[in-house]
Ligand binder design. Structure first.
Ligand SMILES: Nc1ncnc2c1ncn2[C@@H]1O[C@H](COP(=O)(O)OP(=O)(O)OP(=O)(O)O)[C@@H](O)[C@H]1O
Length: 527
């Protein structure tokens, strides 16, 4: 180290041109002062270097980890813009996994990429210096190093890429099992299959851990390998000079020292480049998966206003989930504004499918829907959906208060919430026994009974005072008396309200103007 050399031998101040020039430039008169100043400058330099390094790592982390913010936002938007058809066929566990785990893994890839580029830059500078000192030896080293890199790529990197694929596969199983178990907890408890699920989970975690262990141990290999390579290079250089000059290598000590110093700096850089490259390989599935998600063509429906003053008309509507198996096969139907329509049919006949088409969640595969005289298509479907209050068979509630679940927003009109809760025969329950409309209902409304959930869903559908109310088996969980009372309220909403009710109980449909039966993919009016 130059500082130690000059501190142990002041003559070097005069002998070495670089010390000499600096000595004269700053006007020193005593070598001791010069060496002290040199030492203090070195301390300053190392402090500054640490600060710059810290800043560099901070900026690197801010850039790459900050990307998670935009990746997560984009992914979440993609999920929200997914068509309903695609949503129900996608694995929810997979969606969560991509958003949570792969989003984070993607940031690892980004930081590794940046890190790799900066290290390549440092390596290029050191390389240029080495070429300038002795290009022949440098080229020889290059060939030797390249051969070793090929070995590392073919062995370690190849295996790490495999481990990355395994990681993704086992992580997928991991999320699937957790999602499946937590979503079916009651059944699992009853069927006493907890141990079986535990075994599956154990296997997934075990494989996931093994892939991580493999990656962690493999990524250390290049360092050990490169250390050995560095050692071989230094000895080989000395051997080269010994062989070519057939004398001791004192005369070549400066060149050898430069190479030792360069390798000392180069090898950790190479190791870091390999580390970053392997990290990219290990997490590469994250890039592929996020790329796939980003390529997904979102539902991009327009919001042109639809006026509903006269009727909804279905003309020759066909729909199938599986090609060749038509669920609806040329349905014709006219619903005039203000009519109350009942839909019946055997289980699996296609009632919910018909309703999902009517509310604009599914598009007919063949045939058309007209609202008054305007065709329902991509240009106006969003505006149509907003006119509808829908109560599904399977009610999904959010963790939050009653009011938030009714309004589906944090900001709500408390009076209106109370009004619709009263219509759904639920207000008294919350008013007298709990904290009114601010009662927390638990995750997916776990604190409510099946009937209370349905009534909450009815209140939710009524909240925005929709033109059309669609009830898909919406009162099936209620006792006869409560169902009768609620249906009275619903029928009394006014002659302007168009109501479509799917029900198994005929009593629910008593006040309907018309009742239709879905059978063999067609719609038949009941007399
Ligand atoms: N996402 C789907 N993918 C494939 N087939 C489906 C899908 N959803 C429904 N089906 C099938 O379409 C047919 C009609 O289903 P639909 O839910 O409309 O019946 P439904 O009359 O409402 O039944 P239920 O009275 O039991 O609720 C059924 O045979 C069902 O298996």
């Amino acid at each position: 180290m130059p500082f130690i050399s000059v501190a142990t031998n002041f003559d070097l101040v005069q002998e070495k041109w670089y010390f000499n020039s600096l000595y004269d430039l700053f006007g020193f008169s005593d070598p001791v002062d010069f060496v002290i100043a040199f030492g203090v400058s070195l301390i300053g330099f190392y402090i500054l270097r640490s600060m710059i390094n810290y800043l560099y790592f901070y900026l690197l982390a801010r850039f790459s980890k900050g990307r998670y913010y935009s990746i997560a936002l984009k992914l979440f938007k993609k999920y929200l813009d997914r068509s309903y058809r695609d949503y129900i066929t996608s694995s929810k566990a997979d969606l969560i996994k991509v958003l949570v785990a792969e989003g984070q893994n993607m940031t690892q890839v980004l930081s590794s990429l940046l890190f790799m580029m900066s290290e390549i830059f440092i390596v290029a500078i050191i390389y240029a210096i080495l070429l300038w000192i002795d290009w022949k030896i440098t080229l020889l080293i290059t060939v030797f190093l390249l051969l070793n890199f090929v070995v590392l790529f073919k062995t370690v990197s190849f295996r790490i890429k495999e481990a990355g694929r395994e990681r993704e596969r086992h992580e997928r199983d991991f999320f699937k099992i957790v999602h499946g178990v937590l979503g079916n907890f009651k059944i699992i408890k009853l069927s006493d299959t907890g141990e079986r699920h535990m075994a599956k989970f154990r296997e997934a975690v075990d494989r996931l851990s093994k892939s991580r262990i493999l990656y962690d141990s493999l990524r250390e290999l290049p360092r050990l390998y490169l250390e050995a390579v560095g050692f071989i290079i230094v000895i080989s250089i000395i051997l080269y000079y010994l062989y070519t000059t057939r004398s001791d290598v004192t005369a070549y000590l400066p060149v050898i020292s430069v190479f030792i110093l360069a390798l000392y700096r180069l090898l950790p850089s190479f190791h870091r480049i390999f580390g970053a490259y392997n990290n990219i390989l290990y997490n590469y599935r994250a890039v592929e998966q996020i790329h796939e998600e980003m390529l997904y063509k979102s539902e991009n429906y327009g919001d042109e206003p639809v006026s509903f003053c006269r009727s909804i008309r279905l003309e020759g509507v066909c729909f199938w989930y599986v090609p060749g198996k038509k669920v609806l096969n040329g349905v014709n139907l006219e619903i005039r504004k203000g009519e109350k329509i009942g839909i019946v049919g055997e289980s699996g006949s296609g009632k919910s499918t018909l309703v999902d088409i009517l509310i604009g969640l599914y598009r007919p595969m063949e045939g058309m829907i007209f609202i008054d005289d305007a065709k329902l298509d991509e240009s106006n479907i969003r505006s149509w959906r907003r006119k509808i209050g829908y109560i599904p068979q399977k009610i999904e509630l959010m963790e939050g208060t009653v009011a938030q679940n009714v309004a589906l927003e944090d900001e709500y009109d408390a009076m209106r919430v109370e009004e619709v809760l009263r219509q759904a025969r639920l207000l008294d329950f919350f008013k007298h026994e709990h904290e009114g409309i601010k009662t927390m209902i638990g995750e997916d409304g776990i604190k409510l009974s099946g009937g209370q959930r349905q009534r909450l869903a009815i209140a939710r559908a009524l909240y925005h005072d929709p033109d059309i109310l669609v009830l898909d088996e919406a009162t099936s969980a209620l006792d006869m008396q409560t169902e009768k009372e609620i249906m009275e309220e619903i029928y009394d909403l006014g002659s302007e309200k168009t109501i479509i009710i799917v029900a198994h109980r005929r009593s629910t449909l008593e006040k309907c103007n018309f009742i239709y039966e879905v059978k063999n993919g067609l719609l038949k009016k009941w007399d």
